[in-house]
Design a protein around this ligand. Structure first.
Ligand code: NAD
Length: 353
């Protein structure tokens, strides 16, 4: 076996159905006395339920979390955090809510308990992205890694069908790139392969049984494995392209991941034979890029960047920005081949089998 480096991240994880009931005990365990509950406006009722559950350990509810963690929302939340005498945060929601909790932890070093309700995976990463004056900047710091993550599958039963697919594909993208990132190692590869297999099979099954707790549990378990891949591993061309497209053309996060992933994987396939073997096993297909495209399309996801509002003449600009400050990638970045990749993603063409 070749040498490798593996970075395990310290987080306590509780997984199952009905695990939200363990929140007060977990707060006690961390020594929290006043937790500020965070969520988005549409999930305010879930936030209120947690406030009630925490009883005298709740400092209040801030239900204004917003996509891409704008700093003005963080400042308002921080004022509320200090005004209420909070000593910690409890975040319930997707990546946007978790991002707000991380932004508060970055400023205050407070402990975080997170209850994820989507498959995006931010809860297992020391990564925070924040937006100011239309620019999103990202940093990695252990300060923002949540102390405890309570995965309660019951919160994912309400995830709308479209978001289930796009959020699931977002998770799969983390695992796919961990297989061939610079930080790839055999331990993460085990998790990545199983993460893709579990999430892929679950997404297909959820179409017929969206509220089946067993199938949703497999999806959430897969999402957790994929999230570890993002937190402990690395990323490559796919994530670079999604960051460029999201930042420069204001494209939605999970949908952009869904569209780009099959094309970025097809681009890298010739350079990563071991990763492709793992993905053939995980997808049960000889053509993993085409299989991922089919999985998303059958689930009703948008398959073309043009349908997200990206202008065709933006393709060259996106390539320029990608090449200005590229991430590591196993296959060298060539402008012509990148143009084909983005053109195919823009028009929604299925990658060749
Ligand atoms: P989101 O958190 O923005 O959620 C989208 C909408 O769905 C919100 O209104 C949310 O309240 C709602 N929602 C979430 N779960 C629901 C449920 N179970 N039922 C009904 N509605 C639900 O979307 P997301 O894709 O989870 O997160 C995207 C954001 O997270 C982006 O800003 C992205 O950059 C960030 N992110 C960060 C990391 C990281 O490591 N820092 C990782 C992944 C994603």
């Amino acid at each position: 076996m070749d040498g490798f480096t593996y970075t395990g991240l310290p987080a306590r994880v509780i997984f199952g159905s009905g695990t939200t009931g363990q929140l007060p005990a977990e707060a006690e365990r961390l020594g929290l006395t006043r937790a500020l509950v965070l969520t988005t406006p549409p999930q305010a009722a879930q936030g209120e339920a947690l406030t009630a559950l925490l009883a005298d350990k709740a400092a209040g509810l801030f239900a204004e979390a917003t996509m891409h963690t704008p700093v003005d929302v963080t400042q308002a939340a921080l004022r509320f955090y200090h005004d209420t005498g909070a000593d910690s945060v409890v975040s319930i929601g997707g990546g946007s809510t978790i991002g707000l909790g991380k932004a508060i932890a970055l400023q205050t070093d407070c402990p975080q308990i997170v209850l994820p309700t989507s498959y995006a995976g931010s809860e297992m990463t020391p990564i925070i992205g924040q937006t100011e004056a239309g620019r999103k900047t990202t940093q990695r710091t252990p300060k923002v890694l949540p102390e405890t993550v309570i995965y309660d599958v019951d919160h994912t039963l309400s995830l709308p069908a479209l978001m289930t697919v796009t959020s699931g594909m977002n998770a799969i993208a983390h695992a796919v790139e961990a297989l061939y990132a610079e930080e790839a190692n055999p331990v993460l590869s085990l998790m990545a392969e199983d993460g893709v297999a579990k999430m892929g099979a679950a997404l297909a099954a959820i179409r017929d049984a969206p509220e089946d707790v067993g199938v949703r549990s497999d999806a959430l378990y897969g999402a957790w494995l994929c999230a570890i891949c993002l937190g402990s591993g690395g990323v490559a061309l796919h994530h670079k392209l999604c960051h460029v497209l999201g930042g420069s053309f204001d494209l939605p996060h999970a949908e952009t991941h869904t569209i780009v992933l099959p094309h970025a994987l097809a681009y890298n396939a010739p350079a990563v034979p071991d990763a492709m073997s793992a993905l053939r096993r995980a997808t049960g297909s000889q053509s993993p890029a085409a299989a991922l495209y089919d999985l998303a399309m059958t689930g009703g996801a948008p398959m073309a960047l043009k349908n997200l509002g990206m202008p065709e003449d933006g393709i060259d600009r996106a390539i320029e920005i990608t090449l200005e400050n590229p991430y590591f990638n196993p296959r060298p970045l060539e402008a012509g081949a990148l143009r084909n990749l983005l053109q195919n993603a823009w028009s929604g063409q299925r990658p060749a089998a």
